[in-house]
Structures are given as structure tokens and as C-alpha cells.
Design a protein. Structure first.
Length: 183
């Protein structure tokens, strides 16, 4: 697969291994929910395509593709790589909007997430070599009820961030509120 070879060159070995694990987990979740496994695998594979870009490379993508200017000031690389990754998926690989949105939403979530975006979001959290104990329940729940699992994951994320004195991002708050209301 051509994309795998490119990813190997673009990502650190650890990030590449993480991407392969996320792709496999996304494929398994997709199978469980009767979703297109190839599409889920691809979205999981390239979800972190922009994670190891230099600041200069990130700046170029932001400026050249009219991404929100606040991304230029964003110090947390984790919060900009998803937006940039979605643009790379669209511009470089001409991938469909649902795959691009899954990449865009895999870090913060979004209240408009479709099944693919939920799969990739959760696969990113639970598709790990050494899964933390507190995420084991999220993984088990992911194969029972994806929305319940997503809600639980976001609640754990909120608690973790609160302990560090960090507030949940507004998009993540909206998604959590929507899930709380629906479930």
C-alpha cells in the first residue's frame, strides 16, 4: 500500500506503529457495527498523518489551505494536527469527506460525528499496545454501545484534564452534552 510507505517516511516509528494499531482497531469496530472495514482501516491508518510535521510545515498547511488562523497561535500540537491531517487526506489523497471528518474529529470530537468518526475517535484511544486499565472498560463498551463508550471516554478525558487544571475544549463539551442528553 502506497500510503503505508509514505507514512513510514513521515512519522516516527512509534507513531507509525500506533497508526497501524488504530487502523486495526478501527477495522474491528467497523466490522462489529457492519460498517465499511476498508474505509475505517484507512481513516485509522492516516488519522495522525500530520502529527510529526514541523512547526513550519504545519504553518504552511494552515496558511495555504485557509485553516482557522487560531491554529497558528495554538501551542498544543495535538490540537492542530487533526485539522491539518484532514486537509492532507483531502488534498493529497483525495479521500472522501467522511474519512476527512473522522480525521478532523479524532482528537476533540464534534457533535456532528458520524459512525466512522466515532469509530476512529475510539480506536485512537483503545487501539494501544499497553492499554491503560481505566480504558479497558471503554474498550469493552465500544463493542456493546459505541455512543455509551464515547460518552464514558469523554467523561474520563474531562476528569483527567480537570486534574491537570485544563478545561475541556468547547467542541468536546458540546459532544459530551449531546451524548448525555441522548443516552
Amino acid at each position: 500500500m502506497e500510503i503505508k510507505e509514505e507514512l513510514k517516511k513521515m512519522l516516527t516509528p512509534a507513531r507509525y506503529e500506533h497508526s497501524l494499531r488504530v487502523a486495526e482497531e478501527a477495522k474491528h469496530l467497523a466490522s462489529h457495527y457492519q460498517y465499511d472495514e476498508k474505509k475505517a482501516y484507512l481513516a485509522g491508518l492516516i488519522h495522525d498523518i500530520a502529527k510529526d510535521l514541523t512547526e513550519e510545515e504545519s504553518k504552511n498547511w494552515i496558511e495555504n489551505y485557509n485553516l482557522p488562523k487560531e491554529l497558528l497561535e495554538e501551542k498544543n500540537k495535538n490540537l492542530k494536527h487533526a485539522d491539518i491531517g484532514a486537509v492532507i487526506a483531502k488534498e493529497k489523497y483525495h479521500l472522501e469527506d467522511d474519512i476527512c471528518n473522522a480525521i478532523k474529529f479524532h482528537t476533540l470530537g464534534n457533535e456532528t460525528m458520524d459512525l466512522l468518526a466515532k469509530i476512529v475517535f475510539l480506536a485512537d484511544k483503545i487501539g494501544r499496545k499497553n492499554l491503560p486499565e481505566d480504558l479497558e472498560i471503554v474498550k469493552k463498551m465500544a463493542y456493546k454501545n459505541i455512543d455509551q463508550s464515547l460518552k464514558l471516554c469523554l467523561e474520563k478525558q474531562e476528569k483527567y484534564l480537570q486534574q491537570k487544571g485544563i478545561k475541556l475544549h468547547k467542541d468536546t463539551k458540546k459532544l459530551l452534552a449531546k451524548l448525555t442528553k441522548e443516552l
